[in-house]
Ligand binder design. Sequence first.
Ligand SMILES: *Cc1c(COP(=O)(O)O)cnc(C)c1O
Length: 361
Amino acid sequence: MRPYLLLTPGPLTTSETVKEAMMSDWCTWDEDYNIGIVEVIRHELTELASSRPDEYTAVLMQGSGTFCVEATLGSTVRPDDHLLIAANGAYGLRMGTIADYYRIPHHVLKFEETQPVDPEAIGAYLDEHPEVTHVSVVHCETTTGVLNPLERVAQVVKAHGKTLIVDAMSSFGGVPVDMAALGIDFLISSANKCIQGVPGFGFVIARRSLLEQCKGVARSLSLDLYDQWAAMEKGHGKWRFTSPTHVVRAFMQALNELKAEGGISARHARYCENHRVLVEGMRSLGFRTLLPDEEQSPVITSFYYPEEGFDFKAFYLKLKERGFVIYPGKISQADTFRIGNIGDVFPDDFRRLVEAIKDIR
Ligand SMILES: *Cc1c(COP(=O)(O)O)cnc(C)c1O
């Protein structure tokens, strides 16, 4: 069931047992599914995300991660609110596109793609613009792999008394974050990233007291985060519309496997080791990373093309033949490709990868 490893940050390589969990059919209104799976997942997500889980609540939403980002912005930022988006890559900019579609008054504070967002610049903007009500930021910018300084951003945003929305799509489950300690109000992620499930839904972990106030704010029916949440609360795990039952069952299995591994800190340690083996090996072959080590996440790493005229497509195909699928680059300023470190992949896989790259170079 595994022709090659996906070294791509979602969909990613999943375990055989996660795939097997999809082999039975589930009824969407039966308690085996609603109470036995959906409610357990919702509760466990709040425990993973916060040292004070009672203050938070989780909503699952059909679709890919972007659907959840859109559901959050479109259901929590009111037409007369003002959103500040700190962006240093494609996913930050996408939040600006969503704000355009919803005609949300907003400002995109742009930073270099190769640099973390600057908490001081965010603070300076907030000092000058008291009309801002919400701030949104991406935790790990998967565009490059840069890890934004979430703690310092949260400090600044909270010192100004603003609502903080975090796209933690590619980091949640793989990089420890405590929403309660940082004061994060909404955190967004999806099934097919560091929890190591398969694609089909995303989730939002929300400060309960804020989400409760969002009735009627949404400008979309299917992406109404409040209504989805209210239905799940009232129906004890019922989704408003057909839910991706098999994917949800696989996600439950993935959560159990995260626990068995030792939780987020153990998973983080494995990803860091994956990343260390990869970067050390690639550097020994003469490759250079796009980012300095201190800005780099353990989620995905961008490498410069090793020489001018480097044929990425040929390189990609040769690696695929050897059992590894990697990612093209996503920035315009430099020719790069990317290798993901997340998923059911281990340091030995990266040792084999480095050997394979040595072979074909
Ligand atoms: C994967 C990802 C998303 C969501 O992308 P989809 O293609 O909609 O799943 C959003 N933000 C970040 C940072 C991501 O890595």
